[in-house]
Design a protein around this ligand. Structure first.
Ligand SMILES: *Cc1c(COP(=O)(O)O)cnc(C)c1O
Length: 395
């Protein structure tokens, strides 16, 4: 390929097929550029209430979720700080980098953190959780990451949630990169605190957290004397902010609320079932192509591979970084690396929001396959591309 045709790092990519941040929907980008109202103007207060109600409806909860003013790491840290009290024993479930990381936050607030950890290409067996909780009735809070994005693997949080509820403990769920891209809700996994955000499958830029809290979790938070208040980490401050009668504790991110509104409208207009189906098909087509090329998924079993991200295991002796750089330079396609333990060992293709369209699986497989070939890796690119198309057309 002629040097002049390659994409310089300073040029924007042609396709951003990353695992978050992701491309935002055009409707969202337009909304971000609309009028920024004064937060105490009655028009904004009514609008905020309406957006809160839409978020409530999309999340399937009884009261509106809290909209915190920072990307979902804020929601996750706030969940740990608010729900976990000083004398709590916490069970953290770690099947990847995010799950493991939550344990460090939990340790800041808990008396003790216990952990069930599995290999980062596998998932947590709910029966292991059941046995653990039976043997350790002192556990008050369990923490789990639904889709551990750096591994592209899914934990069965609905099964885990049922077990945690039966044991009388409360569950904190990180559903940041799954919510809006597959069937999942706070009710289905009986979450105490369920954290997500609009910046993955809902197709917004990174900016806000959406946090749903159950009645039982509120009772525990209200009884926790150390739960943050008058703080950016506070859930308590925002509990009633959506109500007409309440003031905002701090200025809400008005422009981002405009963007969130557009994303929620788009999601509801298309219909959740259709949105989930195109995420699932894009991922299934991508997996078919990856395997037909002669590559392996990172996930030990295809059943646990995420519908919102495909993590591709690098062949023995192949480092992911030069392959990703080649895909970017040769085709203008931006892909995601691993994180921490998975860094260098896999490449991730995101199927989130606007890029969860089946035809993007073809682009991803073409770019990844072409880059690997250019790096001297022997793969069957044509077989991979054919498999993607066959899978799409069979749907
Ligand atoms: C994206 C994401 C978050 C938010 O964290 P960042 O690293 O700041 O993007 C949290 N949890 C999961 C599982 C995520 O995918």
């Amino acid at each position: 390929m002629a040097d002049s045709l390659r994409y310089a790092e300073t040029m924007p990519p042609v396709f951003t097929l990353t695992a978050g941040p992701v491309d935002a929907y055009p409707e969202v980008l337009r909304a971000l550029g609309t009028t920024v109202l004064y937060d105490y103007d009655p028009a904004f207060q009514a609008f905020y209430q309406e957006v809160s109600r839409k978020a409530q409806s999309v999340m399937g909860v009884d009261t509106p979720p809290m909209i915190l003013q920072g990307e979902p790491v804020l929601g996750l840290e706030a969940a740990a700080a608010s729900l976990i009290a000083k004398d709590d024993v916490v069970l953290n479930l770690a099947s990847g980098v995010y799950g493991k990381g939550f344990g460090y936050w939990a340790a800041r607030y808990a008396k003790r953190v216990e952990e069930i950890e599995v290999a980062y290409d596998d998932c947590i067996d709910p029966e292991t959780v059941r046995r653990y909780l039976t043997e350790h009735p002192e556990i008050a809070v369990v923490c789990v990451c639904h889709h551990d994005t750096p591994s592209g693997t899914i934990n069965d949080i609905d099964a885990i949630g049922a077990i945690v509820a039966e044991a009388g403990a409360l569950l904190i769920v990180d559903a940041v990169s799954s919510f809006g891209g597959m069937p999942t809700s706070p009710a289905a996994c009986k979450a105490g605190v369920y954290v997500t955000g609009p910046n993955k499958c809902l197709g917004c830029p990174p900016s806000l957290s959406l946090v749903a809290v159950s009645d039982a979790a509120w009772a525990k938070i209200e009884a926790n004397p150390h739960a943050p208040f008058a703080s950016m980490l506070s859930l308590k401050d925002w509990r009633h902010a959506w109500k007409e009668t309440e003031a905002f504790p701090f200025t809400p991110s008005v422009a981002e609320i405009n963007g969130l509104n557009a994303a929620l409208d788009r999601y509801m207009d298309e219909g959740a079932d259709r949105v989930w189906a195109r995420h699932a098909l894009t991922a299934a087509a991508c997996r078919a192509g990856i395997q037909a090329m002669g590559l392996s998924l990172w996930a030990v079993r295809e059943e646990i591979a995420s519908p919102t991200t495909t993590a591709v295991r690098m062949p023995e002796g192949v480092d992911a970084a030069p392959v990703m750089a080649e895909a970017r330079a040769r085709y203008g396609v931006s892909l995601s690396a691993g994180r921490a333990e998975t860094l260098g060992r896999l490449i991730r293709i995101g199927h989130m929001g606007p890029t969860a369209q089946p035809i993007y699986a073809l682009i991803a497989v073409a770019a990844l396959g072409g880059a690997l070939k250019a790096q001297g890796v022997d793969i069957d690119l044509a077989a991979g591309m054919a498999a993607v198309q066959i899978r799409i057309d069979a749907a």
